[in-house]
Ligand binder design. Structure first.
Ligand code: IPM
Ligand code: MN
Length: 352
């Protein structure tokens, strides 16, 4: 029997509440699918930072490398200046663990929860492959004449051939394997970002030659947001850079029913991956047992698939779907008709 080692970082705000429900589902499915796992919980987050003045212990990254996967709740604390925890924990882990893919499925389970008119589950079912280690997130740039009336702030998008190519390859492989239409769309801005997206576009069509079974397509990022609203059914798999991927996946989350259901994986195909609900720490709802844990539960399902427990992942996802379709009044915090813990219990109950 396989025993997996899973690091758990509940983090800030509602993170711990949703992570608990994810772990509940994990435990139930492990019994049914006959695998074992051990968890170790790390207290990284705002509270720890305020207490110790340390964002991440020096040993964190090397320790986390010894796990099969990481399950993360949320990072972000109202008493900590924006950027410190995000950069010091979330982005640092993504970078240092070289999780160069951010995989964000956009899947509508029930048309009742779609803000778009006349869109059904079959219309909203695509995946965004976001590059997760470069671009504007690299943090390159500088101030010139800071604080003066001649101030200039420069923020550079850093794209390497190797970084772009490995992301594109992952996207082509993913499309070949899981794409419903075997269609991969590059989302960029070739008409304005004539360095960065020139590299992306050239590499895209070069790599495409190795995947004759995958149809290629291109959309500018602004048009992509338009299609997300107008014709989301056109998409199958989308690949894009870090910044655009960040932006379009919030829109993606909304059309699939909101942050309550949107999960993502920070993936290092050759190393340790980290799974998280993509919504934030939601301070407003913290400790009230009202936040929707389904995004975290779906993140746990993605984690299971990544470590090879595909059946267990599918089981969780099917149960989530059933609970969404037959039980929940709404996917938003406080409006589900059930508490956070009750929704977790419902998912466990509907596992089969
Ligand atoms: C996300 C978040 C992060 C990002 C923030 C919190 C740094 O918005 O996971 O999408 O920009 O990547
Ligand atoms: Mn984001």
């Amino acid at each position: 029997m396989n025993t997996y080692k899973i690091a758990v970082i509940p983090g800030d705000g509602t993170g711990p509440e949703v992570v608990n429900e994810g772990l509940k589902a994990l435990q139930a499915v492990a019994q049914k699918c006959n695998f074992k796992y051990e968890t170790h919980t790390y207290d990284f987050g705002g509270e720890r930072y305020l207490r110790t003045n340390e964002v991440l212990p020096a040993t964190a990254v090397s320790e986390l490398k010894t796990y099969d996967a990481i399950f993360l709740g949320a990072i972000g604390h109202p008493d900590v200046k924006p950027g410190i925890l995000e950069k010091g924990i979330l982005l640092k882990l993504r970078f240092d663990l070289d999780q160069y893919i951010n995989l964000r499925p956009v899947k509508l389970y029930d048309e009742r929860f779609c803000p778009l008119k006349n869109k059904k589950p079959e219309d909203i079912n695509f995946t965004v492959v976001r590059e997760n280690s470069e671009g504007l997130y690299k943090g390159l740039g500088e101030f010139q004449n800071k604080g003066t009336k001649d101030e200039v702030a420069i923020q550079v998008s850093h794209n390497t051939r190797k970084g772009v190519e490995r992301c594109l390859r992952y996207a082509f492989e993913y499309t070949r394997k899981y794409g419903k239409k075997k269609q991969l769309t590059l989302c960029g801005k070739t008409n304005v970002l004539t360095f960065a997206f020139d590299l992306w576009e050239r590499t895209f069509y070069e790599v495409a030659k190795e995947y004759p079974d995958v149809k290629t397509d291109y959309a500018h990022v602004d048009a992509t947001t338009m299609w997300f609203v107008k014709n989301p059914e056109w998409f199958d798999v989308i690949v894009t850079d870090n910044m655009f991927g960040d932006i379009i996946t919030d829109l993606g989350a909304m059309i699939q029913g909101g942050m309550g259901i949107a999960a993502g994986g920070n993936i290092n195909p050759e190393g340790v991956s980290m799974f998280e609900p993509i919504g934030g720490s939601a301070p407003k709802y913290t400790g009230k047992n009202v936040i929707n844990p389904l995004a975290a539960i779906c993140a746990a399902a993605m984690l299971l698939r990544q470590i090879g427990e595909v059946k267990a992942g599918d089981m969780i996802e099917n149960s989530v779907k059933e609970v969404v379709l037959t039980k929940l009044k709404d996917l938003a915090a406080g409006k589900m008709g059930y508490s956070t813990t009750e929704v977790g219990d419902l998912v466990v109950k509907h596992l089969k």
